[in-house]
Ligand binder design. Sequence first.
Ligand code: MSP
Length: 528
Amino acid sequence: MSETSPAAKSFYVTTPIYYVTAAPSIGSAYTTVAGDMIARWHRQRGESVWYLTGTDEHGQKVLQAAEEAGQSPQDFTDGLVAREWQPVLDVIDASNDDFIRTTDERHTERVREFWQTLYDAGQVYEGTYEGPYCVACEEFKLPAELLDGADGQKLCPIHQRPVDQISESNYFFRLSEYADRLLALYEDNPTFVQPESARNEVIAFVKQGLDDLSITRSSFDWGIPVPWDEGHVLYVWIDALLNYATAAGYGTAPETFARTWPADVHLVGRDILRFHAVIWPAMLMAAGIDVPRQVFAHGWLLVGGQKMSKSKATAIHPSQVVDHFGSDAYRYYFLRAIAFGSDGSFSWEHMTAIYTSELANGLGNLTSRVTAMVCRYFDGVLPEATDHGPAEQALADQLAATVATAEAAVDRLALHEAIAATETYVGAVNHYLAEQEPWKVAKDDAARGRLATILFTAAESLRAVAVLHHAVMPKSSQQIWDALGAAAALGPLAEQRVGDAGRWGQLPAGVTITKGASLFPRLADNDD
Ligand code: MSP
């Protein structure tokens, strides 16, 4: 894929769109940070990338939150989006290319057209829905999956809150007709649903057979009006899922849509896997649109063993963490400390430990030692490596292997493995310095060539680390790039190809090295 060809297919990555019921939490920001690393990594491969996020604003759950706040749902969502959901993207340094709201006209009009087309094609029929519904999930539940609560109440297995019993005249989508085609999709495209545990769960679910899906609601009106029957609104999920297509130009900008669609990866939490891996592809099949290439389900951030949640007051706002550690450390921690695809627990203690050992004492200390020594012993001019021997070659070889490992890991969305590979390499460079002891070599005037070689080797390693970590820690990587004086010789950091980062000897002797501000300062003991 080439960035010079305007017609090249974009690498299209999405987050779920977030319910605007309250402020964001580190739970919802988790998906956005992961998507951002993937988007930045692919940009650094020279691909044209489209990274989408946004907000899900219709439905009963948002309506109830607005009512509790004493506002109309439109005013309520306008306020929260402007005050919270858009600003948080800067807080976590997200590089999204677009932000879609399901109340945008570009979305609502296309959604109506989409469902009118399916209605006209006989894919929708009128019936009655009777059964349980969880407003917190905005999901029709199967009686068999409910938990028993007190007084014979039935509880949602995810929220452990009572479900509503609904009995409404609705319209239904013929989802049951798509089970075989969906199973064939999973069979023919083993990476369509990932990781494997998610894939197995989806296959087992569809093998049980699918019920038709109720796609309208008539007991409230906060939603997109059904085009053929204005007394109903569309069920929030079948409106929300279409955001991925409407934001990419479906129905309005055919050339953009052709360049962007199908999405390369939809990132979703495991709680919303079925919507994306079952209902969404069936909707697209019914409309004759290509299905996405992959749905990847990540795990939950847990507090006390349970999904962190606003309703249980266990949610932490991203700013609370970023104010203390900075946005780079925030991104690094969540992507490095939790295996992408598994659940993980956040704790301040764990984050402090990782920050101190891997960032402050690891990468930060390495950068400041190397730049300080080049300044002190070579007046800030990077010397030539005249004595490249086995120890240096071992680091060069390890770097090449690190880049290959990281690239393959990102392809599998094992984001934590890519970061771990770079972190291991940083450790190896620190180890090299500890063994070579340049501060002792510096005392021997006859060993200038050796000293030059050691410092060149460490600086060249840092050059590669800046490229490898750029998708994870854009600000600190830029600081490293600046301290190395790399831009003058190699160009902007963002234009360095990640696949080329392992080629040894790119930073030329003679560049001006400066000792910048500390990358990861010591944490304040008490900042409240
Ligand atoms: N609005 C729907 C998604 C529609 S997509 C067409 C929705 N919104 S949500 O705000 O409830 O959740 C959005 C995403 O945030 C989900 O992927 C969910 O898994 C993720 N997270 C919310 N809390 C989370 C944690 N505590 N941990 C990890 N991710 C979590 O569902």
